[in-house]
Ligand binder design. Structure first.
Ligand code: TYM
Length: 342
């Protein structure tokens, strides 16, 4: 039994595929920070998920380390949370293999994220990997290996969580109740849009003009807000997606009076989008400045120390789970207790 089992477990991960952006921050990470006191939290860098599309090994290692530092700068506290790198705890991949036996091919075929990514990969790479198809099964293993009951993520991960619950149910039905059925925890901004194409989700894979990186220079950050798509005038009842996205960013970063002030101007038709953009930039910067200051002081040694410590704590729990899973499904060396009893 793990020493913390009384506390509800929170598990979430992020891929080291490039810079951290404000979609990741407001969509998930800010929620992670708030959960650290109340729950036993496991947060990790999903580097094995990042090899489901073409990758450069050196870049991957650099991104992984940088992301650890970014998360520390955001306020993930390795004293209170278990912060680690997925591949440093290889038990995740073994559990993934077990879950492969419980995941339906048809279920995986229906995953929206797979369909979207497959289209992109088919256009840009030599082949679509089996890893990309199997991606959500590894995600189920990431969560269930820690008996995660709550998973703070953005909206794009809900379908993957549904599959995780299905796998947990199948396992429990066949091998006895063991895994919880994890619930998603959505933030107040579960879907932040691209400034350049506001009908699409903010994402690294669309290219740099489609995301605002947490630690990018202020000049380019401002440039992307300044050129964000809005609309050309009154649009009737519904707000255009670009304007709605700017309002959301303002709501997330400014005091309620500031937000309400701009909403009133919008309602009266007197709003100037240039002014709204300036306000969004300034308030976002105010939120991000302390993170940027902390990030500038962190070093490689801090990343290494955090990764080592996190992996040791995570692995202890992961090994317990895997031991029990192997026992229940009938694989692995026969445990000493069972020898000679059959
Ligand atoms: P990833 O790396 O794409 O994103 C990390 C987190 O950021 C959220 N997010 C967003 N939220 C709001 N608006 C956006 N535009 C936006 N873009 C990203 C994501 O929903 C996510 O919460 N598959 C996961 C990583 C993962 C994982 C896990 C998560 C692997 N194993 C186990 C939870 C539990 C992913 O690719 O996240």
């Amino acid at each position: 039994m793990s020493p913390f089992k009384e506390k509800v477990r929170v598990v979430s991960g992020i891929q080291p595929t490039g810079e951290l952006h404000i979609g990741n921050y407001f969509g998930a990470i800010r929620n992670w920070l708030a959960l650290q006191d109340e729950y036993e939290c496991f947060f990790f860098i999903a580097d094995y998920h990042a090899i489901t599309e073409e990758w450069d090994p050196e870049q991957l290692r650099r991104n992984t380390q940088n992301l650890v530092l970014d998360l520390l700068a955001c306020g993930i506290d390795p004293e209170r949370s278990v912060l680690f790198v997925q591949s440093h705890v290889p038990e995740h991949t073994e559990l993934c293999w077990v879950f492969n036996a419980l995941a339906g091919y048809g279920d995986l075929q229906r995953m929206t994220q797979f369909k979207e990514k497959r289209e992109h990969v088919e256009r840009t790479q030599e082949f679509v990997s089996v890893g990309l198809f199997d991606y959500p099964v590894l995600q189920a293993a990431d969560i269930l290996i820690y008996h995660g009951a709550k998973v703070p993520v953005g909206e794009d991960q809900l379908q993957h969580l549904e599959l995780t619950r299905r796998i947990a149910r199948r396992f429990n039905a066949r091998f006895g109740a063991y895994f919880p059925e994890p619930e998603p925890l959505l933030s107040e901004a579960p879907r932040i849009m691209s400034p350049a194409a506001p009908e699409k989700k903010m994402s690294k894979s669309l290219g740099p003009k489609h995301y605002l990186a947490l630690f990018e220079p202020e000049e380019s950050f401002w440039e992307k807000i300044k050129t964000a798509v809005t609309d050309t005038g009154p649009q009737g009842e519904t707000m255009s997606p670009g304007v709605a996205n700017l309002f959301l960013l303002l709501k997330l970063s400014a005091a309620p009076e500031v937000y309400e002030g701009f909403r009133a101007e919008y309602a009266q038709g007197t709003i100037r989008y240039a002014k709204l953009k300036e306000a969004v930039f300034e308030h976002l910067m105010e939120v991000l400045r302390p993170l940027r200051e902390r990030r500038a002081k962190l070093t490689e040694a801090d990343a290494r120390a955090a990764m080592e410590r996190g992996a040791a704590k995570a692995q202890k729990v992961a090994q317990e789970t895997l031991h029990e899973v192997r026992r229940r499904i009938g694989v692995g060396p026969v445990p000493p207790d069972d020898v000679g009893t059959s």
